[in-house]
Design a protein around this ligand. Structure first.
Ligand SMILES: NC(=O)c1ccc[n+]([C@@H]2O[C@H](COP(=O)([O-])OP(=O)(O)OC[C@H]3O[C@@H](n4cnc5c(N)ncnc54)[C@H](OP(=O)(O)O)[C@@H]3O)[C@@H](O)[C@H]2O)c1
Length: 339
């Protein structure tokens, strides 16, 4: 094979909001598979906010990226060549292969995906990591009940858009907070959210939340942290639950994120706040995926994907997450499945 493996390396740790200077595209030889291995061609790459945390050289729940190494991340690919009985040429697989056009993997590093349930890209979104984050964060920690009010920040994104729909399936009243009128229209008209608020144009988010949540907030699914969350905390009901999923508003801060302290609110409201990572629920993933797929097939869940084309555009797609340029899951399409 004359073709080369294109790879994207982290060459500089970003300070503040990342830019394209942190990334470099290189070409290397494609590693031929040995016994027990497969050669995979990348089809879709997932870009995710948590990758920003891995660009910082500090301990976290996953190790930081090393400089001049390929950025790791979720990928769907096609098996081009197999030297294992467990996988065949043409199988579509998922794994953490990273930002590169080819990957040589041990059979144990990849999982074959079922192409019959839904388009393959959904396994990086609504049927994959972000869908499962919404599912377990909301149901295991948020525990919404019929007629309760669920508020979601980052509501039109990959996780938030699924959280709101599951909350509706459970009979809750759903209020989304997002950063553009196009997103608000999507939440209300396509996903049937009861109310949606544009945090970028509101003159007073606390007041808008009071109008949108006349009965207060029973569950706050927090994807963003910062001042948006401060405004929601002001409306918590007694025994409210707060799954803390993400804090994207602080990922590019250079100093400490200092804000109103939440302890007195939690005490006054006997509220429950729990941070989590989706990996905490790994042993339940098959059950979560099965229920998400069932709801999708019954038409109870829908999804939108923002798909950028072209391997070289992966860094730009990643930067788009911080500009709010996506509705639903943001993916990069690198190649079509071979015929
Ligand atoms: N705990 C876990 O295991 C887990 C798993 C997956 C994701 N997460 C977290 O969940 C959150 C959502 O992830 P996702 O994959 O679904 O991403 P996403 O919501 O699809 O994309 C990121 C969105 O965040 C919003 N945003 C960007 N900067 C912001 C800021 N300064 N303030 C408020 N909103 C901002 C933008 O929407 P707007 O236009 O609305 O600003 C953007 O579209 C992230 O915080 C992520 O780290 C956690």
């Amino acid at each position: 094979m004359n073709e080369k493996n294109k790879q994207i390396l982290l060459v500089k740790r970003p300070k503040g909001t990342p830019d394209s200077d942190s990334f470099q595209v290189i070409e290397s030889d494609i590693k031929q598979p040995e016994n027990g291995e497969v050669l995979i061609r990348t089809l879709y790459v997932s870009v995710d906010p948590y990758l920003r945390g891995r660009m910082i050289d500090a301990p976290s729940y996953v190790a930081p990226f090393q400089l001049n190494e390929v950025i790791e991340g979720g990928v769907i690919g096609e098996v081009l060549e197999s030297k294992t009985d467990q996988l065949n040429q043409g199988d579509i697989v998922i794994g953490g292969f990273g930002w590169q056009t080819y990957y040589t993997a041990k059979a144990t590093e990849v999982r074959k995906i079922d192409q019959d349930i839904a388009p393959i890209s959904t396994h990086l979104g609504i049927l994959g990591m972000t869908g499962l984050t919404a599912y377990f964060g909301l149901l295991d920690i948020g525990k919404p009940k019929k007629n309760e009010t669920v508020v979601i920040s980052g509501a039109a994104g990959a996780v938030g858009s699924v959280v709101g729909q599951i909350a509706r399936i459970k009979g809750a009243r759903v209020v989304g907070i997002a950063g553009s009128n196009e997103k608000l229209q999507y939440l209300k008209e396509e996903l049937q959210f009861d109310e949606a608020i544009n945090y970028k144009t509101t003159s007073n988010l606390k007041d808008d939340l009071a109008s949108a949540c006349p009965n207060g907030v029973d569950v706050y699914f927090d994807n963003v942290g910062g001042e948006i969350s401060d405004a929601v905390h002001a409306h918590l009901n007694k025994f409210a639950r707060i799954p803390v999923c993400g804090a994207i508003s602080s990922y590019n801060l250079e100093g400490e994120d200092v804000g109103p302290r939440v302890q007195t609110t939690l005490i006054k409201k006997s509220a429950f706040m729990q941070g989590f990572t989706v990996g905490d629920f790994a042993n339940q993933f098959p059950d979560g995926t099965a229920e998400l797929a069932k709801w999708l097939n019954e038409g109870k869940l829908q999804y939108q994907e923002t798909i950028k084309e072209g391997f070289e555009n992966i860094p730009d797609a990643f930067l788009d997450l911080f500009k709010g340029n996506n509705i639903g899951k943001l993916l990069v399409k690198v190649a079509d499945i071979s015929n």
